[in-house]
Write a protein that binds this ligand. Structure first.
Ligand SMILES: *Cc1c(COP(=O)(O)O)cnc(C)c1O
Length: 400
């Protein structure tokens, strides 16, 4: 009997009922804009900022329109100007080099290793090329953050962390987003909290927080934000910081607050699913699981495995055989960007040099989301299907 998986890889859970009720209240009030507040009202958006600052331990949190917006806002707030070069990961998604390009800066790609993290030797070699690193914790994999910070501190590089896949994750107990100067998060539907679109930015730095607030479109109403730097800092920056509107509204904040309250439980649920798939895949001939370092507290909302040194055709065969059985694998090695996947060399706006060691890894990466609508039994079934189909192609049966 051939088992088929019938679930959907893009189906998220419903919004918690409390969030739906809070959203209805916002709609009934008619006050959706974050600065449209009743007398003495703090508002959902400012409350979310306070709660997210408390959750991450950051002094300041700013709620914005998207994760990509948070990244571009962070670049501007740390002083990146048109023409500057910004180091970033070769293995990431389009909004990361896109954010760099959006401020007129130029991405300088740093390689990826078999742990799917930034190649720190390559970073060290390229450190003199830029003053800023936009570090993408792509697919939730954290590099050795102590070594990364040591390299960047020595070279005077400001680190911005893209935590779109690491909300709730940590390295040696310190939250992702709290190693660099700024941490950026997305609350888009496929991330760890779902408001359709949305983003958050955290920092401890007064001036970066003040600039980011003005940039986000606070006008002179910044005093109504959830976490507000001292007025003297605003006095310094408010006339020279452009308004690049990208605020979050109360409706999105209302549905996020109950999700933040249960984020840690959700992360545990993701990891239970991740570990079932990983256990099912481990030991499959020809397939390499990505080993998670002891120091890493990860959130397994997606899983990757490597088919290292396989022919492209054989990888394609695995993908199509799995798809026939209901298992959707994404391939980061494809020559053309497809769906959400792309390679560093996909973007003609960003110069690149070939990175053969990274290309070998990128060509081998298969990726799968693990939405919380999957049961643990679903995860076992998915692993059995992948194991069987990888096995079949590996043994040459799929070649016919
Ligand atoms: C989703 C994502 C972003 C951008 O988030 P949006 O909210 O979609 O703009 C940035 N980086 C990575 C790695 C992402 O996956």
């Amino acid at each position: 009997m051939t088992e088929i998986f019938k679930g959907s890889f893009t189906q998220q859970e419903p919004i918690p009922e409390e969030g739906i009720a809070a959203a209805l209240d916002v709609m009934r009030s008619g006050r959706l804009h974050r600065y449209n507040l009743g007398p003495d009202e703090v508002g959902e958006t400012a409350l979310l900022e306070r709660e997210f600052a408390a959750y991450t331990g950051a002094r300041y949190a700013l709620a914005v329109a998207s994760g990509g917006y948070a990244l571009a806002c962070a670049l501007r707030a740390v002083g990146v100007r048109a023409g500057d070069r910004v180091l970033t990961n070769a293995f990431t998604l389009a909004p990361v080099p896109g954010a760099i390009a959006s401020v007129g800066a130029v991405p300088v790609f740093v390689g990826v290793n078999e742990a799917l993290t930034i190649d720190l030797d390559d970073l060290e070699a390229k450190a003199e090329h830029a003053n800023v690193l936009m570090l993408s914790h792509m697919r939730g994999h954290l590099c050795d953050m102590e070594r990364l910070m040591a390299i960047c501190d020595a070279a005077g590089i400001t680190v911005i962390e893209d935590c779109a896949h690491t909300m709730g994750a940590a390295w040696k107990g310190r939250a992702s987003g709290r190693w660099g100067k700024v941490g950026c998060y997305s609350t888009q539907t496929y991330k760890h909290m779902n408001s359709g679109e949305g983003g958050l930015l955290v920092t401890d730095d007064d001036e970066i927080a003040a600039r980011a607030t003005i940039l986000s479109g606070s006008y002179m109403l910044y005093g109504r934000n959830g976490t507000v730097p001292p007025e003297t800092v605003f006095e310094r920056v408010k006339y020279e910081t452009p308004n690049v509107s990208g605020r979050m509204d109360h409706l999105r904040a209302a549905i996020l607050r109950p999700q933040l309250a249960r984020l840690d439980a959700q992360c545990a649920a993701w990891n239970a699913r991740y570990q079932r798939v990983e256990a099912g895949l481990r030991g499959t001939p020809g397939l390499q699981v990505v080993e998670r370092p002891e120091a890493e507290t990860y959130v397994g909302s997606s899983i990757q495995f490597l088919l290292l040194d396989w022919e492209d055709g054989a990888i394609g065969e695995v993908i199509s055989r799995c798809l026939k059985r209901g298992v959707e694998l994404k391939w980061f090695g494809g020559a053309e960007p497809v769906g959400f996947t792309s390679r560093y060399d996909s973007w003609r706006y960003a110069p690149h040099e070939r990175m053969p060691a990274s290309d070998r890894v990128l060509r081998s990466i298969l990726d799968m989301r693990l939405p919380l609508t999957f049961s643990l039994e679903d995860c076992d079934l998915i692993a059995r299907i992948i194991r069987a189909e990888v096995g079949a192609v590996w043994q040459g049966e799929g070649a016919a």
